[in-house]
Design a protein around this ligand. Structure first.
Ligand SMILES: Cc1cc2nc3c(=O)[nH]c(=O)nc-3n(C[C@H](O)[C@H](O)[C@H](O)COP(=O)(O)OP(=O)(O)OC[C@H]3O[C@@H](n4cnc5c(N)ncnc54)[C@H](O)[C@@H]3O)c2cc1C
Ligand SMILES: NC(=O)c1ccc[n+]([C@@H]2O[C@H](COP(=O)([O-])OP(=O)(O)OC[C@H]3O[C@@H](n4cnc5c(N)ncnc54)[C@H](OP(=O)(O)O)[C@@H]3O)[C@@H](O)[C@H]2O)c1
Length: 262
């Protein structure tokens, strides 16, 4: 094998879930000694890499879908990946199976964590498109850390129903949160019973997102995390700013923050 680049460690795929033709999860195990302690904070991202046909490493950022999980001397990290048809890495990952090796970045990073949410926040809204739901699932796994909120709203906007991933895990979380967690699926290219149709910014503007969540959005009580498609983030930011919400900065508290995936 080609020498592993600095800041990476060899990992083995221990589980693969195929949600749809181009959408899958990979659970990877890697020696925990290669990571800091704690290895990362729920909501952060690391990197995955694989060798291409030219025997060169291709590396990209991916959010962990799980909170840090130790299994003996190994760390288990789960990633949700959509295959970009002409992409450099995702088609390589798409061909990986249980037992195959990938490389994993050993320095996870990112600020979309519970600690970064202003203390005064009552309700945390997590708005995602596509694979952007991943870090929110990790946040929600940390039930103890999320107890400080009165309500949690997980919004997942996808093109088709089959892309509404991790449904069983979300149902289990809703039970564990005993009414605190609300889940609002949005499907844009199909009409699906139990899901909104359309896009996130449109539903904020029309008030239909609040209605579906059975919870009012307010500058005083709500904080919003946005994750995924940069166009969704731009359009949602515009709507929120029109409504008077401000981007959150460490030096000046606001009501929303985001992570662009590309
Ligand atoms: C902080 C961070 C976290 C990320 N976490 C995830 C994750 O958990 N899961 C995941 O699938 N991706 C995630 N990404 C995107 C990922 O890093 C890669 O960009 C993506 O997988 C495409 O890689 P590629 O080499 O196949 O495509 P490339 O050859 O790099 O082509 C990139 C082009 O594909 C498009 N693109 C990239 N990502 C997406 C996407 N998710 N949906 C639609 N179009 C896209 C853009 O037009 C981009 O310019 C994350 C990115 C960042 C910055
Ligand atoms: N999803 C698939 O069937 C599929 C299959 C094969 C490959 N891929 C590849 O995967 C990539 C990612 O697919 P994806 O479905 O996860 O991502 P996506 O294109 O980001 O779509 C996810 C959701 O975001 C919405 N969205 C897009 N732009 C928005 C905006 N400006 N404001 C608000 N919402 C917006 C989409 O609505 P709209 O539907 O209205 O755009 C959709 O509901 C694609 O670019 C493609 O290369 C996708």
């Amino acid at each position: 094998m080609q020498e592993i680049p600095l800041g990476f460690v060899a990992g083995t795929i221990i589980k693969r879930i195929d949600w749809a033709e181009h959408l899958f999860s990979l659970r990877v195990q890697a020696p925990s000694s290669a990571f800091p302690t704690p290895a990362y904070v729920a909501g952060q991202f690391s990197k995955l890499g694989a060798l291409n046909e030219q025997n060169e490493w291709v590396r990209r950022a991916y959010s962990m879908v799980n909170k840090p999980c130790l299994n003996g001397d190994n760390l288990e990290l789960e990633f949700l990946v959509i295959e970009i048809p002409d992409g450099k890495l995702t088609p390589l990952l798409g061909h990986k199976h249980v037992g195959d090796e990938v490389i994993v970045g050993t320095l996870p990073a990112g600020f979309m964590t519970i600690n970064e949410v202003p203390q005064a926040t009552q309700d945390l809204w997590m708005l995602s498109t596509g694979t952007g739901i991943g870090p929110f699932l990790a946040l929600l796994e940390d039930i103890e850390a999320c107890q400080r909120f009165e309500h949690l709203v997980l919004v997942h906007a996808v093109r088709t129903q089959e892309e509404l991933v991790y449904k069983d895990a979300i149902i289990a979380l809703m039970k564990a949160y005993q009414g605190k967690l609300r889940y609002v699926p949005i499907v844009s290219r199909e009409v699906v019973s139990g899901a909104l149709n359309g896009r996130i910014p449109q539903h904020i503007q029309a008030g239909t997102l609040e209605k579906a969540a059975h919870l009012p959005l307010s500058q005083q009580h709500s904080f919003l995390y946005l994750c995924g498609n940069p166009n969704m983030i731009r359009d949602t930011r515009d709507v929120l700013q029109q409504l008077g919400y401000k981007k959150h900065l460490r030096r000046e508290a606001g009501q929303f923050s985001f992570e662009n995936y590309w």
